[in-house]
Design a binder for this molecule. Structure first.
Ligand code: BG6
Length: 483
């Protein structure tokens, strides 16, 4: 099976913050790979725009270095790189002043798709949006792309939305949550809505509970200053885990269409109950394996910021009333693994005497690594020992199932940037969705801030704090192992 690459229309993509970390690690290597795949055609251009005093060649040298560093060696190709670099340009720009804007305007072409990537601090979004309009660089068909963090609470998210709305229509704004660009996250929708198999069982009547885990082995090393203003709740739960929860819990949209999908996600977020303090566990990693603990990385020896969070939440609607969703995410844990596990209920009546051998059916969707699905099923234990039951996995790795042409999945950013050019907002967050997610997260955060709660210490390389285990034990359930 060979994947189809459909070239996108010619475009001019301006990357504000084009010399920054995200541009070097993700955006530019991603564009190089789309160029290499033939999706970005040679009549498209990438224009770096940042404070640094560079010219086109200086920017090209910086991009060549980034590609050497962040694109896997087997994907590096000198000839392709040479062609790719020819499509790069640079303008030194002053986001808060007028410097560089006339030059940028002179560079832009009409008759091609125009997109502006704000890979800068959110404090600059307003300045950029205003100047793009004032200098008549961006028109009503052009697109802007903004990164997370999109606000740090409901009030700041509203302010950002209002600032952008003064200059751009919602249909022009692409808010990135890179989890939505991951192949396997999109696969959640395919699994649910392209198969009849699961849908009849996809409800509280048959599902005991859902576990969503995003575990990382990395710490906050080097990002301590940012992380200390954020914490796992703002950095991971309000956005990435919330999106995963929405894709599992949403009603089938009438069509795979941006607003239809986002309307359904929004309904889920709005149906979330307030989370009770006893249903949240926060943790902070200790030093271990020769690496510093959170407090050393954060540079604030008294920091109460959490690097781990586990919580139980409920969705109050007809489909989910009574089925808890357990979410957890953390840094410096035992393994890097992201998965969603759906545990089904017992059959209503057992015809077998072997009650001991019975285990629940569990559908596990592995998001990373080794993307795939695993359905734990009951079968008869082989042998003449009577009707004994045993559980076996129906295990599928997407890589094995799809064959060699699909061994290498594109990075989330590759997919998302191409969607911006195609003008498809399905995998981007709408303003009301972000606000609803903050409206849910805010009371949780203000609750522990006002109580002065301290996160519980946990060992680096462990599965998280002890209390997180208790969160499930109390309900007669247990977390799946992190491995
Ligand atoms: C980012 C967070 O959005 O996602 C990081 O800011 C986190 O703290 C990262 O490490 C995880 O993304 P991925 O793609 O590595 O799972």
């Amino acid at each position: 099976m060979v994947s189809r690459v459909i070239p996108v229309e010619p475009f001019d993509l301006v990357i504000f913050g084009g010399t920054g970390d995200l541009a070097r690690r993700k955006i530019l290597p991603g564009l190089y790979r789309r160029f290499q795949a033939g999706q970005m055609t040679p009549d498209s251009r990438i224009i770096g725009a940042a404070r640094a005093d560079l010219d086109d060649n200086g920017f090209r040298a910086l991009v060549a270095e980034a590609i050497a560093e962040f694109v896997p060696a087997e994907r590096q190709d000198k000839a392709v790189l040479g062609e790719f670099l020819k499509q790069l340009h640079y303008v030194a720009i002053d986001a808060k002043g007028e410097g560089g804007w006339p030059q940028l305007k002179a560079l832009m072409r009409s008759g091609v798709v125009q997109a502006f990537y704000f890979s800068v601090a959110p404090a600059l979004f307003g300045d950029l949006a205003e100047r793009l309009r004032a200098h008549k660089i961006a028109g009503k068909n052009d697109r802007i792309v903004v990164e997370k963090p999109f606000g740090r609470d409901l009030a700041t998210a509203r302010e950002l939305n209002a600032t952008l709305a003064r200059h751009f229509d919602e249909s022009q704004i692409y808010r990135i949550d890179h989890y939505l660009g991951k192949e396997t996250v999109q696969n959640l929708m395919a699994v649910r809505f392209a198969n009849i198999l699961f849908e009849p069982l996809w409800k509280a009547e048959y599902i005991d509970h859902v576990q969503i885990t995003v575990a990382e082995t990395v710490g906050v090393d080097g990002r301590g200053a940012y992380y200390d203003t954020s914490g796992a709740m703002r950095d991971m739960v309000q956005n990435h885990l919330m999106q995963l929860l929405c894709l599992i819990a949403m009603e089938p949209p009438y069509h795979f269409d941006p607003n239809a999908v986002r309307d359904e996600k929004l309904k889920v977020i709005r149906a979330l109950d307030a989370v009770q303090p006893q249903d949240i566990v926060r943790g902070q990693y200790l030093a271990g394996d020769g690496q510093g603990g959170y407090l050393e990385h954060s540079e604030n020896p008294a920091s109460r910021t959490e690097s781990y969070i586990a919580l139980k939440c409920h969705i109050s609607n007809w489909r989910w009333k009574g089925t808890p969703f357990y979410l957890r995410t953390g840094k410096r844990l035992r393994a890097r693994t992201s998965e969603i596990a759906i545990t089904f209920k017992e059959p209503p009546h057992s015809i077998f005497d072997d009650a001991e051998g019975w285990r629940e059916n569990v559908l596990v969707i592995r998001l990373q690594p080794n993307e795939g699905m695993n359905l734990m099923m009951m079968i008869k234990e082989p042998g003449p020992g009577g009707m004994r039951l045993t559980q076996v996995p129906l295990d599928m790795s997407f890589a094995d199932a799809l064959g060699e042409a699909h061994q290498e999945t594109p990075d989330a950013y590759e997919r998302l940037i191409m969607d911006v050019i195609r003008g498809n907002q399905t995998l981007f967050m709408r303003g009301d969705e972000v606000e609803a997610a903050w409206a849910w997260a805010d009371p949780i955060i203000t609750g522990w801030e006002s109580r002065g709660d301290k996160p519980q210490a946990y060992d680096a390389g462990s599965s998280g704090p002890e209390d997180a285990l208790m969160l499930m034990h109390r309900d007669g359930r247990r977390w799946r192992d992190i491995r």
